[in-house]
Design a protein around this ligand. Structure first.
Ligand SMILES: Nc1ncnc2c1ncn2[C@@H]1O[C@H](COP(=O)(O)OP(=O)(O)OP(=O)(O)O)[C@@H](O)[C@H]1O
Ligand SMILES: [Mg+2]
Length: 289
């Protein structure tokens, strides 16, 4: 099983939303991490065959994703998924199943199976307009799974989930991820940190990092420091380094967590780097390298 992207580019006029992205997806869970406007949705829509690249190719097992057979193996949860508020969860899944061409008896069986998997079986007969954001997201995931897809693409599936629902979501993905390619986008590091075997970091239309959590963290290993300093010294470090976190400890002292190649001040202690550090380093205005 291979989904292969070769120099995939999407231009909107002079704006390059995705810039020569090459990557090969095999079985497993992938997290696509990037700030607003990084190009995640654009890339995912191209991977689903709903948006044509300006140049480059996307092939699943050597067949272009624009081929209609690809739809049979694909499940997709778009970022702006349109629900029908007056439909019940059950009506909705049966409706999508019909659109996907599932025979009715099979659709019913699959519907109950999926409602159970996303813990919505008790809400099956309730109207979607009464659902919380998290319940809608879980229903969105259920619809994407109706055809038991080999490739599952979820665009910001955790948006609007509360902490308990996030845990439930992670467990669901871990269960689903054993025998297919799952790609999910987010800008929340903790959503992918523990469920995605491979993390792709996207910035300004390009993949700036890819690898396991440990591999990514290596990029800043030994470069994360913490210190607590008088205000004036803290100000000077703030000017010169990439500060990840800053906290006023008392009127006179400021705590800093920052990235520096060398020890930035005498009292600085080297601390274990996290994926959150790497992400903030890339996506906030802190990067001063
Ligand atoms: N149809 C379009 N026409 C013109 N520009 C577009 C279009 N769609 C996206 N863009 C631009 O392409 C860039 C990438 O957008 P995209 O929606 O892929 O980002 P994203 O990473 O999904 O962001 P978010 O986290 O906000 O969902 C943005 O600068 C956006 O303004
Ligand atoms: Mg998006």
């Amino acid at each position: 099983m291979e989904l292969e992207l070769k120099r995939v580019t999407k231009e909107y006029g002079s704006k390059i939303a995705c810039d020569r992205i090459s990557f090969s997806f095999q079985r497993g869970v992938y997290g696509l991490l990037g700030a607003n406007g990084a190009g995640k949705t654009t890339l995912m829509r191209m991977m689903c065959g709903v948006l044509a690249p300006t140049s480059g190719t996307i092939r699943f097992n050597n067949i272009d994703v624009s081929h209609e057979d690809y739809r049979d193996v694909l499940g997709y949860l778009p970022q702006d998924f349109g629900y029908y508020p007056e439909f019940t969860a059950m009506d909705f899944l049966l409706y999508i199943a019909a659109l996907k061409g599932l025979p009715k008896p099979q659709a019913k069986e699959k519907m109950w199976d999926l409602l159970e998997q996303v813990s919505l079986e008790k809400e099956a007969k309730k109207k979607i307009k009464t659902f919380s954001g998290g319940m809608k997201q879980r229903l969105g995931i259920a619809q994407s799974m109706l055809n038991n897809p080999q490739i599952l693409i979820l665009d910001e599936p955790t948006a609007g989930l509360d902490p308990k629902e996030r845990v439930r979501f992670r467990n669901l993905i871990s269960r689903l991820g054993t025998d297919r390619i799952i790609l999910l986008s987010t800008h929340i590091v903790s959503d992918v940190e523990h469920i995605a075997g491979t993390i792709l970091v996207m910035k300004d239309g390009t993949l700036v990092h890819q690898g396991t959590r440990e591999e990514l963290i290596k990029a800043i290993d030994g470069k994360v420091w913490e210190c607590t300093l008088p205000q004036s010294e803290a100000d000077s470090l703030f000017e010169n380094y990439s500060v990840i976190n800053l906290r006023q400890e008392s009127e006179a002292r400021t705590f800093l967590r920052l990235i520096a190649n060398e020890k930035p001040c005498a009292s600085a202690m080297s601390v274990q780097a996290t994926l959150e550090d790497l992400y903030l380093y890339y996506f906030s205005e802190v990067s001063k390298s």
